[in-house]
Ligand binder design. Structure first.
Ligand SMILES: Cc1cc2nc3c(=O)[nH]c(=O)nc-3n(C[C@H](O)[C@H](O)[C@H](O)COP(=O)(O)OP(=O)(O)OC[C@H]3O[C@@H](n4cnc5c(N)ncnc54)[C@H](O)[C@@H]3O)c2cc1C
Length: 461
């Protein structure tokens, strides 16, 4: 718990206008997208890297907990001050794009830059920053790096980690480090930037990020395939990805999800279909896009696709994407409580994974609608129950454990994009051996011997 003396010290560092401990601020910074909430003792808005360094140094000396925070859109509680302490909010002052280097095709940004602002700024000069989490309008690049966020374009372009070339960061003792360079190649020393990616604010506060940019493709086309069964659609996914062309997106909705979107929005979706696949291709030549779409159509048809629709214009493309973009909120028709996981398996395991999920749903007599980024093997698995019924909630958690076990058995991971945070911490021992967990803990200790930075996350405590 911090006291008046500590608050006075923080005021000396950041100024009175950048530290708050009034109830309104404490409540505002007690949430993220999990619906859990934990109030901090204070909220501090550092103005620059030097402020962060001084704050961390002081907190380390006085064993005060610090929780870094971007926009607070995390789905696993990473930015929640579950053990009290100070929330270090980076979105207010540290939100500048510092440089767009056209010659080397890199951008240098502060951690609080909103993802879409970076995308727009680089696209204005003909460049492209592909990682596009669905939270792109509000999540920060610092949060994206700390969670290794993915998005709709990951099937072709990869995820945040594929674009991070270097990071500046402040260690818990206040030391400032620079990890990585503005070079394509850099094999000198440990890959510290790589360790910071997806470290969920537990190792250091990221204060500056150097990101790779690529040329912006000129053309995009969208198509949709209708399948009788999920297993046919899942076969089509991995066979398309191995067919010699690489679609930008290969997104999936199962029958329960199609029905939920249709019941909510009345868009004329094929409610009898077992699954829909939505795909985008891009490039610079019409002929190239046509070739990609012909290849996808052929593979889809070989795997039971009954209808293949290519959007003729932007409006038709938006109509096709509507169902996928509105899948998540529509699922509330199946229950007030949703346990939404983002498990990921090697793509060829998708047919078996989905079969196992529906068997779990049958066993517990609940609905588990699934949709997601199947081009990356990433399935959003939604265990839906009545949140007011404690028995149902208990069943939901039993089902989730089986969802994780099925995923791990197929060589998959607990999280493809949302991270571990608080929500998935209890399941880490299912996915990692004691030896592996001990290695994680020793890395944490090397960075943060006093355990002041975002403790009790990722199953490390
Ligand atoms: C509607 C919605 C859609 C979403 N869609 C996607 C999606 O498509 N793909 C996806 O991957 N995620 C998605 N997310 C989850 C979330 O947006 C991402 O995890 C995002 O990267 C979090 O960014 P943030 O700025 O909100 O970070 P926060 O939630 O504020 O923080 C996340 C974690 O990062 C740490 N952190 C933040 N900034 C720093 C820093 N500078 N230094 C050190 N640690 C830091 C925090 O301590 C915390 O552990 C979605 C969330 C919502 C609400």
């Amino acid at each position: 718990m911090i006291d008046t003396k500590h608050l006075q010290e923080f005021i000396l560092i950041v100024g009175e206008e950048n530290i708050y401990s009034d109830k309104a601020h404490l409540i505002a910074y007690s949430y993220d997208a999990t619906r859990e909430h934990f109030e901090p003792d204070a909220v501090v808005f550092p103005r620059d890297e030097e402020d962060i360094s001084k704050i961390l140094q002081y907190c380390n000396e006085h064993k005060i907990i610090i929780v870094p925070r971007g926009a607070g859109t995390g789905f696993t509680g990473g930015a929640l001050p579950s053990s009290g302490g100070i929330v270090l909010a980076l979105e207010k002052h540290m939100n500048k794009i510092l440089e767009i280097d056209m010659k080397n095709m890199v951008a240098i940004v502060q951690p609080g830059v909103i993802n879409i602002d970076l995308q727009r700024a680089v696209e204005e000069v003909g460049l492209f920053y592909p990682p596009d989490p669905a939270s792109q309008e509000y999540s920060t690049i610092g949060g994206n790096v700390s969670e290794n966020a993915g998005g709709m374009r990951a099937a072709k372009y990869g995820i945040t980690k594929d674009y991070v070339m270097a990071t500046r960061a402040v260690l818990p003792n206040g030391d400032i480090i620079k990890a990585g360079k503005r070079t394509i190649k850099d094999v000198a020393g440990y890959n510290i930037s790589g360790i910071l990616i997806a470290s969920e604010g537990t190792l250091a506060v990221i204060s500056e990020i150097t990101l790779k940019l690529i040329p912006k493709p000129k053309l995009t086309k969208t198509a949709m395939g209708v399948f009788e069964s999920v297993s046919q659609a899942m076969e089509a996914v991995y066979k398309t990805m191995a067919s010699g062309i690489t679609p930008v997106a290969m997104e999936f909705l199962d029958n329960l999800t199609i029905r939920a979107v249709e019941q909510t929005f009345h868009k004329g979706l094929p409610v009898e279909a077992g699954a829909l696949l939505v795909t985008d291709v891009d490039g610079n030549l019409e002929d190239d896009l046509d070739y990609q779409l012909q290849t996808i159509q052929r593979v889809f048809k070989e795997n039971g696709c009954s209808e293949f629709k290519i959007a003729r214009d932007d409006k038709e493309a938006a109509d096709i994407w509507f169902a996928r973009r509105n899948a998540s909120p529509s699922l509330s028709i199946y229950g007030s409580k949703k346990l939404n996981e983002d498990v990921t398996v090697p793509r060829s395991a998708l047919p078996e994974l989905l079969e196992k999920f529906y068997a779990i749903a049958d066993k517990y007599k609940i609905n588990i609608p699934c949709f997601g980024h199947t081009g990356d093997g990433n399935v959003h698995t939604n265990v839906m129950v009545d949140g007011k019924d404690p028995e149902q909630v208990k069943i939901a958690y039993l089902a989730i454990e089986e969802v994780f076990q099925a995923t791990i058995d197929l060589g998959g991971t607990l999280s493809g994009e949302h991270g571990i945070g608080l929500a998935k911490a209890p399941y880490m021992s299912m996915a990692f051996t004691d030896e592996e967990m001990n290695l994680f803990k020793s890395i944490k200790k090397a960075f943060d011997p006093n355990n002041i930075l975002n403790p009790a996350k990722m199953g490390l405590d």
